[in-house]
Ligand binder design. Structure first.
Ligand SMILES: Nc1ncnc2c1ncn2[C@@H]1O[C@H](COP(=O)(O)OP(=O)(O)OP(=O)(O)O)[C@@H](O)[C@H]1O
Length: 249
């Protein structure tokens, strides 16, 4: 199985605090991977390092075959722009421009010509054809998040990192966003890595990676919400038994 992003022995320290502790894993091409774990377990730090937003203290990260540690800041920015898409809990659409302009802004700033046919296909997939000329504030939260997903995919990234993408949404909108992410993986072969606190959301992923104390302590293939909730409860009580490893190395 080829990996879009690989971490080898990645450690991230903040002073004495070890936020990531010698983590080695790969995010496989065309899989939807959820990252779960108690607060402070290192989920955000893992994603920040895996997405080249932050540098590990030691170890290496490879994105699309490129060793991130070998790049200077400018080249890292270009690597992120060309290979990585981001979806945030708070959508992060610019309020003063239309939805359509938001979808292509970062491509245009990078001097790229947006692929209109591809973006049109994505817009249709997320059902926002009649919302393109509106400002983001005129859309519901679910619609704004669906627009943010189109924006993340507009440049055909190798991997999309989604940080609590359903955290601000009601149940129905959250389900639509999760269906959409899963469909992008199953139908288009997109690779998606999603941080979530919600076992039901993580259960829509192919694999769920469970973190505790800066380590990956479980990888559950085709996880159920019940199994994940039980595992998180166990971790909250201090249990660290290591379970069988599935599709994510
Ligand atoms: N910039 C920073 N400076 C100092 N400590 C940090 C910094 N960022 C994270 N940490 C610490 O590193 C550890 C891991 O934090 P991280 O944000 O990765 O956890 P998390 O699992 O994403 O938590 P949450 O679910 O609450 O968002 C925590 O102890 C946190 O306090």
């Amino acid at each position: 199985m080829s990996h879009v992003v690989t971490l080898e022995a990645v450690t991230k320290k903040y002073g004495e605090l070890v936020a990531l502790d010698n983590v080695s894993l790969g995010f496989p091409q065309g899989r939807f991977v959820a990252v779960m774990g108690p607060s402070g377990s290192g989920k955000s730090t893992l994603i920040q390092c895996a997405a080249a937003l932050d540098q590990p203290t030691s170890g290496s990260v490879t994105i699309g075959g490129v060793d991130v540690g070998s790049l200077n800041e400018t080249k890292r920015t270009i690597l992120r722009r060309e290979h990585v898409g981001f979806v945030f809990q708070s959508y992060n659409l610019l309020p003063a421009i239309t939805v359509e302009e938001n979808l292509t802004l970062s491509l245009r700033l990078a001097g790229k010509r947006p692929d209109r046919a591809w973006i049109g296909e994505l817009v249709e997939r997320v059902g926002l054809q009649d919302r393109l000329r509106h400002r983001p504030a005129e859309l519901s939260g679910g619609q704004q998040q669906r627009a943010a997903i189109v924006r993340a995919l507009a440049g055909r990234p190798d991997v999309v990192f989604a940080d609590e993408p359903t955290g601000a949404l009601d149940l129905r909108s959250a389900a639509q966003v999760l269906d959409l992410l899963r469909g992008l993986v199953d139908d288009l072969g997109q690779t998606v890595v999603m941080v979530t606190h919600d076992p039901a959301a993580a259960a829509r992923a192919h694999d769920a990676l469970v973190m505790a104390d800066g380590k990956v302590v479980d990888v559950l293939a085709e996880p159920s919400a019940e199994d994940l909730a039980a595992r998180l409860t166990q971790l909250a009580r201090g249990g660290l038994a290591v379970h069988a490893v599935g599709g994510v190395r």
